[in-house]
Write a protein that binds this ligand. Structure first.
Ligand SMILES: Nc1ncnc2c1ncn2[C@@H]1O[C@H](COP(=O)(O)OP(=O)(O)O)[C@@H](O)[C@H]1O
Ligand SMILES: [Mg+2]
Length: 293
């Protein structure tokens, strides 16, 4: 079942002359873990904030369980959200969690406090106040709040940033387990694909506010990066003869199941003109585009 649907979503902040998010369109189903990958400033937090209703979109709509998020109250009740710090800096971590559960009338989760604080490595610091915390500890406080009610949907903005390698491992393990045992759906952002690689079922790549989806089918494409765009008329004609090949600028995409004869011909005509710069899988290509600097 579709739990989250984002339709033609756009966001232009007041005073900006550019969109931080443009025409975002995707769906997430029960138990699906989706990674949102992009460099700093690409629009990851903007998308998550729109879903969390902490930013109002300029265009488009968001549906949770087929209901528009602005159509009623309590639409985010089953969401665990970690985007901006939501804790009170002047009271202890323990008090923060208790207060959060009280405000949201979810006191039945009191018994989760110890395990969650141990998970994020804050159990020993439970009587300390976030105002005295390092950046990483603040991040982990926010993470504990997002996880404490075992929500049906997790919206996590760069959750690994403040964790040490063991913390990362523990968090990955619990997220994976929840996806299976509780059918928790997740949208998790990161500026590093490698962090999310083993966790996510699917990825959304974002660059300058524009999302491109790396479908499993995309792995079935070979990307040929060209030295320069194809301008030679003869070459254009030869390649246009193949419906399954697409080219745009310096990129040519070929399905992996292309037959031997055609494959040899395509590479031959490209090689004759010294056009080939590199050959990558579509996934590797996306990684190179969106993640490397
Ligand atoms: N409150 C804001 N007001 C104006 N511009 C913003 C605001 N928040 C983010 N932006 C701009 O929107 C773009 C995307 O930012 P953001 O969503 O924070 O990216 P990311 O989370 O991927 O680093 C950036 O150009 C950023 O400067
Ligand atoms: Mg961000």
């Amino acid at each position: 079942m579709v739990v989250l649907e984002v339709k033609k979503l756009g966001k232009k902040y007041l005073g900006n002359d550019f969109y931080s998010l443009k025409d975002a369109d995707f769906r997430i189903v029960d138990g699906e873990i989706v990674g949102l990958v992009g460099k700093n400033g690409s629009g990851k937090s903007t998308l998550l904030k729109c879903i969390a209703k902490s930013q109002r979109p300029s265009e488009g709509q968001i549906f949770i369980d087929t209901q528009d998020i602005y159509s009623g109250k309590g639409m985010l009740d089953n969401f665990g959200i970690m985007i901006d710090p939501v804790f009170f800096p002047q009271i202890s971590v323990l008090e923060n969690l208790k207060l959060y559960l009280k405000i949201h009338q979810k006191e039945e989760y009191y018994s989760n406090i110890e395990s969650i604080l141990r998970l994020v490595g804050l159990w020993d610091a439970r009587y300390r106040k976030p105002k005295d915390f390092s950046f990483g500890m603040k991040q982990r406080t926010a993470l504990a709040i997002a996880l404490i009610t075992e929500p049906k949907f997790l919206l996590l903005d760069e959750p690994f940033v403040g964790l040490d390698p063991i913390g990362v491992k523990n968090l990955l393990a619990i997220l994976k387990e929840w996806a299976v045992s509780k059918q928790t759906s997740m949208l998790i952002s990161s500026h590093q694909l490698s962090e999310l690689e083993e966790l996510c079922d699917r990825f959304l790549f974002i660059e300058a506010g524009v999302i491109s989806e790396a479908n499993p089918a995309d792995a079935e494409k070979i990307c040929v990066e060209l030295i320069s765009p194809i301008r030679e008329r003869r070459l254009l004609e030869q390649l246009s003869a193949y419906d399954s090949i697409s080219f745009e600028g310096r990129l040519l995409e070929i399905p992996v199941d292309m037959n031997e004869h055609d494959l040899n011909h395509v590479f031959k005509v490209l090689a004759e003109k010294n056009k080939i710069k590199s050959v990558l899988s579509k996934r590797d290509h996306l990684q190179k585009l969106f993640v490397e600097d």
